[in-house]
Design a protein around this ligand. Structure first.
Ligand SMILES: [Zn+2]
Length: 143
């Protein structure tokens, strides 16, 4: 995947891990729009505490790549904890919110593609596959 606009001062073309936090945030907002992927609250980077959210949590082996990050408000980030995207989407929908399922699906597919291109990520791979399967199936199963 070409990424001509990304700064590559240190010539590590394999990832954006050396981008500053604010540069990554800017890229993520450009890709996904300036709102929380979970609650859709607008993210005003000047005023609201905004944060990046890992699709596959670091503790589950998620890489610290741009492709594994989405914009989320601080509240959702905190409340989600280590829940999977599908579990957290189910929970938000139970609360009457409308999380951006499509954006999450799109991000998971891009992450899967990035993993296929770069290799590795043995723990994240099956996590991504199972999340894609659950989200593509649609609505949560009743208990
Ligand atoms: Zn939110």
């Amino acid at each position: 995947m070409a990424r001509e606009s990304a700064p590559d001062r240190d010539a590590d073309s394999s990832s954006d891990r050396n981008l500053s936090r604010s540069a990554r945030m800017r890229l993520i907002l450009e890709r996904d729009g300036a709102r929380c992927v979970w609650c859709r609250r607008e993210i005003d980077t000047e005023r609201v505490a905004s944060t990046t959210e890992h699709l596959v949590p670091r503790i589950k082996g998620g890489p610290s790549w741009f492709e594994n990050e989405m914009a989320a408000c601080a509240r959702c980030n905190r409340e989600r904890g280590h829940r999977t995207p599908a579990d957290w989407i189910d929970e938000l929908e139970r609360r009457g919110l409308e999380p951006d399922r499509d954006a999450v699906l799109r991000a998971l597919r891009l992450l899967q593609q990035a993993i296929a291109e770069r290799g590795g990520q043995r723990r994240a791979r099956p996590y991504v596959v199972s999340q894609l399967r659950r989200l593509e199936r649609g609505r949560p199963q009743p208990y």
